[in-house]
Design a protein around this ligand. Structure first.
Ligand code: 8OZ
Length: 367
């Protein structure tokens, strides 16, 4: 195909499993921290997502699967009925605007504070290793707390949290779910040997460290069917807690991706490089070689622009491209890219917190 044909191809429909997308441009999950303490979406969030419904697929921002899985104030949840009812407003608004939306199932693991946890408990993690950094509470930023290691017999309860959230996402009218196994949150903490020092069947070998992500995927697939479940990985990002990558990224994530093939998922979504920072990877890491081992549809993400998306599509590297920050300030991003219109750049202070300002007040482009 010519360069022009590949350019057009990005704007043509594509199927990721049972998800039929109007185009190959996906809205990445972007935390915007605009929720009250109950984590219930409302009209404001419905408007925000509906404004962005021309994306082929919206991956809604990371959504807490349980009170225990919560690591930041002002993030949404999907563990109770009020939250389900709130998300119903969002999914209805997106569908009415012709879009598709999946729910990203999130448990932060160690990246939380006792101030955010039920009964002031310690956050849970594969091992009792404290993350670096601060998290956000209603009292402002506080250091994350030292987590406690999950007992082996607590793991089925963690998987139940994902199953329950996946069931709630169905009741809320989503089109599917994405398992958040990225950015150094709970599932990624199990994958990486820097955060997983367990000696049971969930730690040690690569097979053991992949076990929880695979068991969670299996549970969620049983709720949704394999064609409506995707998964997000970030093999090298330090992200939450400045977490070092695994000591053998290629072996760890290669094994995981080959095991994921057995599920025949809707898609694999990879943060290529350090999330929202750089596409650089450590020596010896080849992310294309990793994603090339996946047999299904692949969504590439991280610092893309249109030309890079066209080029990587033409090279057969991606099936779809996910843009995060550009969707903050360009609700009609797909049309702007199609028309070659100018793009608005959101200032960092608009990313997190507040209300409609910097959220639902971005105007459409001139084209
Ligand atoms: C930014 C701020 C808080 C959380 C992620 C869910 O990185 C997040 C997140 C991003 O996956």
């Amino acid at each position: 195909m010519t360069d022009n044909a590949w350019r057009t191809d990005l704007f043509n429909p594509v199927s990721l499993g049972a998800l039929t997308l109007a185009n190959r441009i996906v809205m990445a999950p972007v935390t915007r921290s605009r929720y009250a303490e109950d984590g219930v979406p409302g009209e404001l969030h419905a408007l925000y997502y509906a404004q962005r419904a021309s994306a082929g697929l919206i991956i809604a921002e990371a959504t807490n699967i349980s009170a225990q899985g919560r690591g930041y104030a002002a993030t949404p949840g999907i563990w109770n009925d009020a939250q389900v009812a709130g998300w119903q407003k969002v999914t209805e608004a997106v569908h009415a605007a012709g879009g598709k939306i999946v729910c990203q199932l999130w448990h932060v693991g160690r990246f939380s504070s006792v101030q955010l946890q039920p009964d002031g408990a310690a956050p849970v993690a594969p091992s009792a290793i404290k993350a670096e950094g601060n998290t956000y509470t209603t009292e402002g930023f506080v250091p994350v707390s030292t987590p406690r290691a999950l007992e082996t017999d607590e793991i089925p309860g963690i998987i139940d949290q994902y199953r329950h959230a996946a069931e709630n996402a169905r009741r809320a009218g989503f089109d599917g779910v994405e398992v958040h196994s990225a950015n150094s949150y709970l599932l990624d903490q199990f994958l990486r040997d820097s955060t997983n020092r367990r000696t049971d069947q969930y730690g040690g070998s690569i097979e053991n460290r992949a076990r929880l992500t695979l068991e969670v995927t299996d549970a969620v697939v049983k709720v949704w069917g394999h064609e409506r479940v995707g998964i997000r990985l970030s093999p090298v990002t330090p992200d939450a807690g400045n977490t070092p990558p695994d000591s053998n990224v290629m072996a760890m994530y290669g094994y995981l991706i080959r095991q994921l093939n057995a599920f025949d998922l809707a898609y694999l979504h990879v943060v290529e490089g350090a999330t929202a920072t750089s596409r650089e990877v450590p020596a010896g890491v080849d992310l294309d070689a990793l994603s090339g081992q996946f047999n299904g549809p692949f969504i590439g993400n991280n610092n893309y622009d249109l030309e890079m998306a066209i080029q990587r599509r033409a090279q057969g590297r991606i099936d779809a491209v996910a843009f995060g920050r550009l969707f903050i300030s360009n609700p009609d991003l797909v049309e702007r890219l199609r028309q070659g219109a100018g793009l608005a750049i959101a200032p960092h202070e608009s990313y997190y917190g507040g209300g409609a300002k910097g959220y639902t007040d971005w105007p459409p482009g001139n084209y």
